[in-house]
Write a protein that binds this ligand. Structure first.
Ligand code: FE
Length: 246
């Protein structure tokens, strides 16, 4: 079985949030989809180890915010790769409540849905949770973020708890299988910069010295070794010590 076939399935990226007894929880999901139109129902697939999953099951409510293409990467890093036990994900984040009482994140979002849980199905590692949409709104006409754009722009893979997670070493092996012949044709002189790339072992973000990290004030051509000691992964906020040479 070729696992990279799974990357041909299109998705968006969403922020799923809930609240139970005053405690907010949220995570980034790509598996959110409409399952019926009458009534309007959405399904989400939630890992049992995600804190948000239990909060959704306890409260019976959740919201889905559709992230925009130019998403604030801090939202992806905090909600996608950090645990609520380590940071307050909602600090500095704008939310409001609609009908169900679930917190709805409006930062970096183009639309939102407010849902009440009607059923959950135990899938082993995950629960498939189905919610009836009680309220929804479009809040921006900006383009929504697609999972493909996210993967290509940030060279990121799903974190381990994602339903679409694929072991990175398996994917890399499949990729090198097919790029073998192509590599030989690449002219030697194109490798004008010999700094090495480093990967964040927490989230999979790759620091490429040729590109630098302009959003974090690091100009192109900066070797990883020359990054300031307090450099943090732009995705998951991990320090330099979490990066490994590739
Ligand atoms: Fe990271």
């Amino acid at each position: 079985m070729k696992l990279k076939a799974f990357h041909k399935i299109s998705y968006g990226l969403y922020l799923v949030a809930s609240e139970y007894q005053g405690k907010k929880a949220g995570y980034i999901a790509n598996t959110t989809f409409q399952v019926t139109s009458d009534p309007e129902q959405l399904a989400i697939s939630c890992h049992k180890k995600n804190q948000t999953t239990q909060v959704i099951l306890d409260s019976g409510i959740f919201s889905v915010s559709v992230l925009k293409k130019e998403v604030n990467m801090k939202i992806i890093g905090d909600f996608g790769f950090m645990s609520s036990t380590d940071i307050d994900k909602f600090s500095g984040i704008n939310t409001f409540t609609a009908k169900t009482g679930a917190p709805i994140v409006i930062d970096s979002s183009v639309a939102w849905f407010d849902c009440r849980v009607v059923r959950s199905v135990d899938l082993g590692s995950h629960y498939l949770i189905i919610g009836e949409v009680l309220d929804a709104d479009e809040i921006s006409d900006e383009e929504p973020l697609t999972y493909q754009h996210y993967r290509e722009k940030y060279k990121m893979y799903s974190p381990k708890n994602s339903p679409t997670y694929i072991e990175k070493s398996i994917l890399d092996a499949e990729l090198s299988d097919t790029s073998g012949e192509k590599k030989e044709e690449e002219p030697e002189h194109e490798h004008f910069f010999d700094g090495e790339s480093y990967v964040c072992v927490i989230c999979g973000f790759t620091y490429n010295p040729e590109e630098g990290d302009p959003a974090m004030g690091i100009p192109p051509g900066t070797r990883f070794e020359d990054l300031p000691e307090d450099y943090k992964c732009p995705i998951c906020n991990a320090g330099k010590e979490y990066f490994k040479k590739i």
